[in-house]
Design a protein around this ligand. Structure first.
Ligand code: GLY
Length: 348
């Protein structure tokens, strides 16, 4: 179940949803930035449950998305004698949702999970589809599971205090969903970029709803990424390489937007996509103020090496999702990606 509105998290809806699960303990898992802002308010709004509600906080930031953090949280729960009839609420951005999702999937072999994303990026991505993970010194998101939440509550009120750059990270995922799945939604984003950036709440509610529904459609068809779900990775083969090479100084959104342009340009060179469509995609990013030249300064060789470590790579050769037009991807007999021809990369 996905609920998208304003004022739903601290109202009766979330409490009602958890009540049906009849838990003995509820743990709000959050980080040191979001926790102090919203943790106590959320805890108070759950007083109707009549069971202990605990707040578990860990230090904010990607560097804390680790096995050690998960272990720390597990120990806190074990100390409170929490059993299988426990419910975990993940309150925060992508890092919190990933850690809490992984925690919920293995605690007592799995306890119910409710997602409460507080960033636009997390609403569009980590809160849906059940992918979770932690980082290791060997790479990002290498250890994790696929574990679907019971419900996701996207409260648009959280977005009012979000910095513009954070909002843009979320709009990149939204634009990606439109490019790979829905030409009408792409046209909506073209017409309404300014209103969305200005947080016009009715337009934003429609856009978040649409974007989440599009992602859900894919996840329902291929939860464990055996084929179709790979299309959600459009722009990420190159995008992740940019993030890695920049040592994460380039934001996820800017890296993926740049990756989308590089991968769409590749589709043009390979004859799958009309050049005019590439220009439309560039123009859409530009109308959201999203910069797409993050490849600058990296050599093709360096990026290619990182792309070989991408999860879609086969036998150490990177693969890429190919779009044919707005809203349509090439199937490649159900693989939904194809080998990235190094001779025609043309990244820069
Ligand atoms: N973020 C890509 C996926 O959920 O499959």
């Amino acid at each position: 179940m996905i609920s998208i509105e304003s004022g739903i998290v601290f109202g009766p809806e979330l409490c009602g949803c958890i009540h049906k699960l009849n838990p003995s303990h509820v743990f709000i898992v959050t980080d040191s930035v979001v926790g102090p802002l919203y943790g106590p308010k959320l805890k108070n709004s759950l007083s109707c449950l009549g069971c202990p509600v605990h707040i578990l906080e860990f230090p904010a930031g990607d560097v804390h998305k680790t096995r050690a953090t998960k272990e720390y949280l597990e120990d806190q729960m074990l100390q409170k004698s929490a059993g299988r009839d426990t419910c975990i609420i993940a309150l925060g951005g992508g890092v919190v949702l990933d850690v809490a999702g992984y925690l919920a999937s293995t605690y007592c072999r799995g306890v119910p999970l409710i997602m409460v994303p507080t960033s636009l990026l997390a609403m569009n991505d980590a809160s849906i589809g059940g992918k979770n993970a932690v980082n290791t010194p060997y790479g990002k998101n290498l250890i994790g599971t696929t574990y679907l939440p019971q419900a996701t509550f996207c409260d648009l009120d959280f977005l009012e205090t979000l910095p513009l750059e954070e909002l843009k990270n979320g709009f990149v995922e939204m634009i990606k969903h439109a490019i790979i799945l829905d030409a009408d939604f792409f046209a909506f984003l073209q017409t309404n970029a300014k209103a969305l950036l200005n947080l016009d709440m009715s337009k934003l509610a429609y856009a978040v709803q649409k974007s989440c529904e599009l992602k859900m459609l894919v996840v329902r068809t291929d939860t464990y990424e055996e084929g179709l779900r790979r299309i959600l990775n459009f722009g990420h083969t190159v995008g992740h390489a940019i993030e890695l090479k920049s040592e994460y100084r380039v934001s996820h959104g800017r890296a993926v937007a740049s990756g989308i342009i590089v991968e769409a340009a590749y589709a043009v060179r390979k004859g799958y996509l009309q050049p005019m469509v590439l220009e439309q995609i560039k123009a859409l990013f530009s109308s959201f103020g999203i910069e797409t030249m993050a490849c600058d300064g990296f050599s093709e060789k360096d990026l290619y090496e990182c792309m070989c470590m991408d999860k879609k790579a086969l036998k150490h050769r990177p693969r890429v999702v190919i779009i044919k037009e707005i809203g349509q991807v090439e199937s490649f007999d159900g693989a939904f990606c194809t080998e990235y021809d190094v001779l025609e990369m043309g990244i820069l």
